[in-house]
Design a protein around this ligand. Structure first.
Ligand SMILES: C[S@@+](CC[C@H](N)C(=O)[O-])C[C@H]1O[C@@H](n2cnc3c(N)ncnc32)[C@H](O)[C@@H]1O
Length: 224
């Protein structure tokens, strides 16, 4: 996709997508969720959701993994991982409410550590077996707060930069991203071994891929 077309597509999406999906109850993968005002709707595209791809990632995690979900929104991915028996931490931007996913976890008897955090900020040097992220993948800066769920040019770059320091050796990240947007993060993605796990086609977004990313071994530390 050429640059002009990409930028036009991105601006349309950043304006349109936050308007899709109303707050209220939604049922996904056997979980009943409440979507609060100001929270990304997990099935915004005429009921289409990425839940099936997120469940696929959960099914591939080694047993009893220590898992981090960034930008949990209504909490589906974090709750699905906790339901599968993993030890889960989930973060969200400080201005996005976490009451509903906390209540859902309590109702289901699941333990999830929910934290307000800009990416890894609240996690100090903590490391995880798996990091899950359905990022604001459009390569544009948000112009309004509600666009932060979709447009994350600097957020996504910062995520790729900071990710290796939060994975245990052998750990990996599970990331959802349309092919058109992956092309914009080429230098950042090239730092990782990339495995395509599955893909689905969505209106407007195009082909959305679930990627498993593992940091490429860096040059040996001096003196080793
Ligand atoms: C595409 S939405 C995905 C939400 C949810 N995980 C899902 O799959 O339905 C991206 C999410 O990332 C959050 N987000 C954006 N920037 C972030 C940041 N710097 N730190 C943490 N979360 C962020 C947004 O608020 C939004 O909930």
């Amino acid at each position: 996709m050429n640059d002009l077309l990409y930028r036009a597509r991105t601006r349309v999406m950043c304006a349109l997508l936050p308007r899709l999906g109303r707050p209220g109850r939604v049922s996904l993968g056997g979980l009943e969720l409440e979507v609060e005002q100001g929270v990304h709707h997990p099935a915004p595209l005429w009921g289409l959701s990425v839940a099936a791809l997120q469940e696929l990632a959960v099914a591939r995690l080694p047993q009893d993994s220590k898992v981090l979900e960034l930008g949990t929104g209504a909490g589906f991915w974090a709750l699905a991982a906790a339901r599968a028996g993993h030890r889960v931490t989930a973060t969200e931007l400080p201005e996005v409410p976490l009451h509903a996913p906390r209540a859902a976890a309590a109702h289901l008897g699941l333990t999830v550590r929910f934290l307000a955090s800009d990416l890894f900020e609240a996690l100090a040097k903590e490391r995880f077996d798996a990091v899950l992220f359905n990022p604001p993948f459009h390569d544009a800066e948000p112009r309004r707060p509600e666009e932060r769920a979709w447009c994350g040019r600097s957020t996504v770059r910062r995520f790729f930069e900071e990710l290796p320091a939060h994975l245990v050796p052998g750990g990996s990240a599970w990331v959802l991203m349309p092919r058109a947007d992956q092309a914009r993060y080429g230098p950042q993605l090239s730092r990782f071994e990339r495995a395509l796990v599955d893909r689905r086609w969505f209106p407007i977004l195009g082909t959305l891929e679930l990627l498993q990313l593992s940091p490429r071994p860096g040059p040996p530390a001096p003196g080793r």
